[in-house]
Ligand binder design. Sequence first.
Ligand SMILES: [Zn+2]
Length: 176
Amino acid sequence: MAGARKPVVEVRRSQRRRRTVSAYRDGERVVVLIPDQFSRAEESEWVDRMLARLAAREGRLARSDSDLLVRATRLIKLYLAEHGTQAVPTSVRWVTNQNGRWGSCTPADGTIRISHRVQDMPDWVIDYVLLHELAHLIVPSHNARFWALVARYPKSERARGYLEGVAAASGTPMTD
Ligand SMILES: [Zn+2]
């Protein structure tokens, strides 16, 4: 997962800087530029803040449409392999115009759309939402056969609980 390993941080103090802090990645290191007048406490607070910001930015970039396709391909291989091409989407992409649903699919043309609201969730939740839609390519309705496919993913129940919690906390009823 992005940001799981703490990178080597190099703090550079600058007398020209008054308040601005910036950070960038330089190979394995992260360089954080801070004003020279910062105390040690401010330095450590800002280093943490900039590392979190950098990880969030990189995490979002990693979660592109092509990342979804890579995930889908892996999930099919792991859980839906015997269905062959039936479970393979023609396209899978992030969308921002889908507020009442975590994901949706059109079995007729094999397209899958995942809500941007899922984009910052943990990997195992994204995988659940994606697998749910992939399973719909095989079984369109929420019947026993469908749930049996979804249950092959070990964290299905946990992910459903997570999504229910997020929906309840935001006051938005969501369907899948
Ligand atoms: Zn569904």
